[in-house]
Design a binder for this molecule. Structure first.
Ligand SMILES: [Zn+2]
Length: 110
C-alpha cells in the first residue's frame, strides 16, 4: 500500500506526503537490541495502523487524569464530509452549531 501511495505522491508532486509515505514505509525497519529489549524508530504517522494506535494511546494517557474524574464519560467521534472549497470561518461556525445541537439533544456538558 505504501509503495502505491508513494507513486501517487510522485505523480502529484506532493513532496511533504512523499517524505511521510517513505517514512512510514521504513517504520520499524531497523531494530536495535540492548539489555534484552528491542528498540526501533516509529514513523508516528496517522495512516499507519501501529503508529496511529500508539498516538491514540498517548493522547488518552494525557487526558486520562482529567477524564477519570468525570461522572459519565463518553467517547464520541464526529466526522464531516470533506469540503472542496472550504470557507474556514463558516465551516467552523457550522461545526460548533452542530456540536451544540448534539450536546443539547444528548444532554452532554460542553
Ligand atoms: Zn510507524
Amino acid at each position: 500500500m505504501m509503495l502505491k501511495l508513494i507513486d501517487l505522491a510522485k505523480e502529484n508532486e506532493t513532496q511533504e506526503l512523499l517524505e511521510a509515505f517513505w517514512n512510514t514505509y521504513h517504520c520499524q525497519q531497523k531494530i536495535i537490541t540492548a539489555d534484552g529489549k528491542l528498540y526501533g524508530k516509529y514513523c508516528e504517522n496517522r495512516f499507519w495502523t501501529l503508529c496511529c494506535s500508539i498516538r491514540k494511546a498517548e493522547i488518552i494517557s494525557r487526558y486520562f487524569p482529567i477524564i477519570k474524574h468525570w461522572e459519565e464519560p463518553h467517547f464520541v467521534t464526529i466526522t464531516i464530509k470533506a469540503v472542496k472549497e472550504a470557507k474556514p470561518k463558516d465551516q467552523r461556525k457550522t461545526e460548533k452549531a452542530n456540536f451544540r445541537f448534539i450536546s443539547r439533544r444528548y444532554n452532554f456538558k460542553e
